[in-house]
Design a protein. Structure first.
Length: 425
């Protein structure tokens, strides 16, 4: 049977079709309109507050760099959970990726480091698959154990591998050679000049686009390509349909001849490899060396981005971009920019209250208005925010967006549920 015939046969099986997510899904034109509206509102805030840094080219370039490891971790979580395995161990798999990538990178070159770092994360994924799929251990317990094991292993190995080398220590690897960056000549300068003019909306668009074509790592291109690549594999191939069926109804999938164990193993190993690639990005691109603690919870934020994106690659990418942007505020004009974003948050809350009132959810609208007024009062009564607030902004945004998007989420039906081969007989 050919691949196309197999795909057509599988598609005709209703038991393998994942249920549609609850709530309405935004069409592409509506989504683009929402993004344009948010950018226009941000432009208004920039003009009112004078915080030009919130949309300049450097800010957007930094945001992209910080979004990539979060997005790769979230993409890893998506692969595992679409096959029915909860992967809390993304943090540990990223840690393995940072260590293995830097260890191989300083000795044999950065691209070798990339491959070895992916393998390091995949080893973590394989261990998680063995424990959860074969031995049916609770997925959360296994993931936490992976995180602890990865942290302990890298702390033990770092002094053995790095001490005695130039620039190496018990907590830091020697420097790794750069993978290289590219800037599109002409276009980058033109967008930077346009961004500097401070025009409404146009300059903000220029800042966003300029960040995408200025000083971009080649590994960033690979990471961005993995988003549509994952969508195509999981939603447009027979392999992807079978894999997703394991996360929706593994008993039905097995009855139709799908080797559920095999697909779960593949998904979780790929998940670990993607998380490992995110770790490699941190230890070779974001910093040219491994540094203990450099993952800093990005595996968990990646998991939050995946949930925010409703277990879909496109939504995940938007979530990773949002978290990467807020994280970048720590590095560039943090206090002034976060203070300006208080006004943006207040305006968004007021708009949200109007929408809730239109939907006749008056109680929720009233609460949202009160919160919006409190945020506006905070903005109006202060000139800056404490550095502690700046540092906490990415994590606060993570909690807020998850809370606001909770009602429209639908995880795969069998995600995290125990499964034994032949249990449906």
């Amino acid at each position: 049977m050919t691949t196309s015939q197999t795909s057509a046969t599988d598609v005709n099986q209703p038991t393998l079709q994942p249920a549609a997510p609850t709530g309405r899904r935004l069409s592409l034109p509506v989504l683009l309109l929402v993004i344009a509206g948010a950018l226009a509102l941000t432009s208004i805030v920039r003009i009112i507050t004078g915080a030009d840094g919130i949309t300049n080219v450097s800010q957007m370039s930094t945001a992209l760099q910080l979004a990539v490891p979060i997005g790769l971790a979230g993409l890893g979580g998506l692969w595992a959970e679409r096959a029915g395995v909860v992967n809390i161990g993304l943090e540990g798999m990223m840690i393995l990726g940072t260590w293995f990538g830097a260890w191989a990178g300083f000795q044999w070159g950065p691209w070798t480091g990339v491959l070895v770092g992916i393998a390091g994360g995949a080893i973590g994924g394989l261990l998680h698959a063995l424990v959860t799929v074969t031995f049916n251990v609770n997925h959360i317990v296994s993931g936490v154990a992976i995180n602890i094991l990865a942290l302990g292993a890298t702390r033990y190995l770092a002094p053995l591998a790095f001490e005695g080398h130039p620039g190496g220590s018990a907590k830091q690897s020697p420097a790794v050679e750069s993978l290289g960056h590219f800037t599109i000549p002409g276009l980058s300068d033109a967008l930077r000049d346009l961004n500097a003019k401070g025009w409404f909306f146009v300059s903000d668009i220029a800042g966003l686009l300029g960040g995408l074509v200025t000083n971009v790592s080649w590994l960033t291109l690979v990471a961005v390509a993995l988003i549509p690549g994952t969508w195509w594999v999981l939603w447009r191939t027979a392999f992807g349909l079978r894999l997703r069926s394991c996360g929706e109804n593994p008993v039905a999938a097995e009855s139709l001849g799908v080797n559920v164990y095999k697909y779960k193993y593949i998904a979780v190993v790929v998940s670990g490899g993607l998380a490992g690639l995110g770790g490699v990005f941190l230890s070779i691109v974001a910093n040219p060396f491994y540094l203990e603690g450099q993952v800093s919870g990005r595996g968990y934020i990646g998991l939050a981005a995946m949930i925010f994106g409703n277990w879909m690659p496109g939504g995940l990418a938007i979530g990773a971009g949002l978290f990467g942007y807020t994280d970048s505020l720590n590095l560039r004009g943090g206090s002034a920019n976060v203070h300006a974003l208080l006004l943006l948050g207040a305006l968004l809350l007021i708009i949200g209250a109007l929408y809730l009132a239109f939907r006749k959810k008056y109680a929720a609208a009233g609460i949202t208005v009160v919160v919006g007024l409190l945020v506006f009062t905070w903005y109006a009564m202060t000139n800056e925010v404490p550095n502690q607030v700046v540092s906490a902004t990415p994590y606060v945004v993570t909690l807020v967006v998850l809370a606001l998007s909770a009602q429209r989420l639908r995880m795969p039906k069998a995600d995290g549920l125990p499964y034994r081969k032949g249990q449906g007989k």
